[in-house]
Structures are given as structure tokens and as C-alpha cells.
Design a protein around this ligand. Sequence first.
Ligand code: SF4
Length: 500
Amino acid sequence: MRVHLVNPSDTSFGTAVITPRWLYVLAAATPASFGDPEICDETLEHLDPLSVAPGDVVGIGIHTGNALRGYKLGRIARERGATVIFGGIHSTLYPEEALAHGGAHSVIQGDGDQAWGEALNDCRNGTPKRIYQGGRVSADQFKSARWDLLPPNRYMWASVQTVRGCPKHCSFCSVWRTDGQKPRQRASDRVIEEIVQLRRLGYRFIALADDNFYPVSLTDMRLAERQNNHQRLAELKAIRNERFELMARLARLPKDMVFFTQITMEAAEDPLFLEAMRAAKIMGALVGVEAVTPEGLKSVYKDFNCSGEELVSRLQQFRNHGIHILGSFIFGLPSDRQETFEATLNLAHRSGLTFAQFVMLTPFPGTVDFEQWEKAQPEDARVQGFPLTRYWLIPPEVRPKMFMPHPIMGSEEMRQRTQRVWDRFYSMKSIWKRSRCAHTLRSRLAFILISKLYRQMYASTGIATDSARRSKASAWARWIARPCRGLFIADPMPDLQIPS
Ligand code: SF4
């Protein structure tokens, strides 16, 4: 009886950017008596069904974007006589769907750190339950990933988690509802151990795969102070101090290491935090800018962000502290107008963003937006027999590209305008200009390659509608990904010790 862990993906690139952390965390959660699990990340290569034998257990983790592929794999594995267990954020939200469409015997809802081992033991005893409640385990129960199982020469970046949960409540995001609003921070010892292990293997670029690396803002603390809420203030200070402790320890790791994370824009008004990030070699961060107008921000419950010129100067603050920003923007908000696209592009250029992504507003399950959208759909709205409100089950070739009708723009117009913004932000001229942030010709060329790779990987899975363009982009990304990997990987440091 073998245990398999599968990360489903329709598109495989042979080389991937970031290690899918959950595979290696569940590998660590697999009881030793089962041996090392077989790990299959389909962003590298598709699962070979013949590798699954009767009596095996196949664990499949899905989010909404890869649920359909995951269900197909689940049915294949079940037909081959395996016991199939689903997990991941989408299964947490729709456990019955995995049982009905994915051939699942069991579904784990919530964190798998503890529940996965329990489910495996039940499978061995022939008593798998339909549903396991993994819940939200405390930070001291998070498993450290089994990086010793990483395949060689496949990934550019590794991923380590330092905190789960986010105190915000953005309407398009499910994180705060699934992972909770109370930040669960790992002890810095565990985080540093994992990072050192990865650097020993040659990974010097690490994504801190957190929901929000900046869980306590200065505004939160000021508010607690004003309310004389001493207990809350003490809690916030403790969380903040732990962040600083972690960053101080990251600063003592080898100089060639580079970290990337996700934070909210509020960090820009916290120079102490930004300085600690710089010292910790956290050189890049994804910041959800979302919209450039106050109306747009209000509509996504993100009015803690700034707009207009203040937004430009906030974003520039990060650059002033040596932190490169990947700005994330949403198109399709009700307040968007034709001129919003140009204004957004203009702002992205002016604020000194190093990278940017422009996504179309999509109602993702588990979000406030989804609930409102779902209620507004007519009951008989179906495509090929599948309810529109379960759009991820609709075959991709006939699946609508936009679900939230816009008051003045049609879906094709929206798509084309979004595509044009991507094309212009990632035109050779613009990339060359931005590449000035690199100091040598070699690193400028690397910057260009990476910008193009990022653009193509997104185009192949996101906004391009015609399949020729998608497969061309995918082939191009596959071709360019391999040499790109060489730019990120360093010589292994097998003797690297954990800084005392
Ligand atoms: S979008 Fe970011 S800030 Fe907003 S709830 Fe999600 S993780 Fe938190």
C-alpha cells in the first residue's frame, strides 16, 4: 500500500516557479509506517495512472482553479482500486462535490497537518470516514515540510510558511474565512530550520507563503490604545515582536538569500518594519492594490488602502526601502470605467512597481462576493447542464470568462482591455526601463527573462481566450522556464549551520 500526493494541473511546464508547499507538508504528516509518499506535482508533469496500484491511497489537494482536473484524477485513481482522499480549500468549502464528482472516499475539511495521518490510519484499518474535520490547528502543530523529498532541478523558488490567517476581510478573498482572522504564527526556530535546510540544497530564493506577512498594523495598535484595550494591545505587540524576532534571524542567514512575501499596503507607513524587512533580505512583496479609486476600494471592503497620489507615494515607500513590489490590480469592479484601464497602467508605471498583475473580478467560493453573486443568479442558469454557480465544473472550452456583469462594459471588452494593459506593462520597452533596478547587464537580462516568463505563464492560464494563443504561451513558458531556473539556484551549502 503506497501513499500518493497529487497536485493537479491542466498545464505542465517541466519546471515550476514555486514549490507547492502543501505536498511536502502532508508528506511530513504521513505516519512513518507508510513509508515516504509518492509526490506528483502536475505543474511539472502529469500523473501516470499506472503508478497507482489497487490498495494505494491517493491524496489530492484542490483549490477552485484546479478542482475539475483534480476530480478527473480522483475518478482515475478510484477506478484503479485506490482509496481517494480530497483536501484543500475547495474541498473544505464543497466536501460533497469531491464525493460526487471526484471519486472521493473521504474528504478532509480544514488543515491537514493532523487529520491526514488519522485518515491514513483509518484507510489501513479499512474504516475511512466520509468527512474529517481538520479544523484550524494551532501554530505549534503546523508540520515542517519534508524538503528531503524534493525532486532535483525542478523548482526555482522554495516556499516556507511563517503565518496563517489574515485579520482583514476583503470581499473577494476567502483567506480570512477559511484560515481565520486570528494570525497563527510559527515559532521562528521552525521557520529558520526549514530555510537552512533549503539553502543547504541550493535554494536561495524563498517565498514566505503567508496570507499576510504584516498581520498587525500601526493603525490596529493605535486603535487598541485609544480604546484602552490593554489586553488587545498586549496581544498585538506580542505578534509584532515575533515578526521582528523572525526578521532579525532571517538577517543572519547567508547574504545571497532573497525572500519574497505578501503584505498589505499599510506596511508602507511603518518604516521600522520596512527597515527590518530590508535587513532580513525580504526584497520583494506582493501588495494587493486592487483599485486606484476610493469607490473601487470601498466596493471590495479594502478602504484601508490609499488611492490617487497618496497611493503612488505609499508604493514608492517600499522601493525607498529596497523592497520590490508586485502590485496586484482587479478589473471589473462596478466603479470601473473605460478610462480606469489607462489610469491603472499609468499608476503602475509611476509608482515604481517592479512587477504587476491585472486580474478580472471573479467570484471565488468562500468569499463575500461569491455569496452575493450566487444569490443573484437565476436557478435555471446552466451551461452544458452544470449550474452557473458551480462554474468550475463547466468544461473550460465553454466556460464563461466573466461572471459578474459590469454596468457599462461587456465581458469581451473587459477582457480585451485587460489584455492590452498586460501587453503594455510587459512590452519590451517597459521591461527594459524597469530593468534599471538591476545593477549588472547579466541581472538586467535575467530581469527581462523573468518578466517575460511571468507574463507568459499567466497568459497561458488566465486571460487568453483563444486556445492557439494559450498553447503558444504555454510552450514558450516551458521553453524559457528551464534557463530561468539557473538564474535562481545557487551552489548547495551542505554544511550550513542554523545561526545561533
Ligand atoms: S486579500 Fe489579503 S489583506 Fe485581504 S483578506 Fe485576503 S489575505 Fe487579507
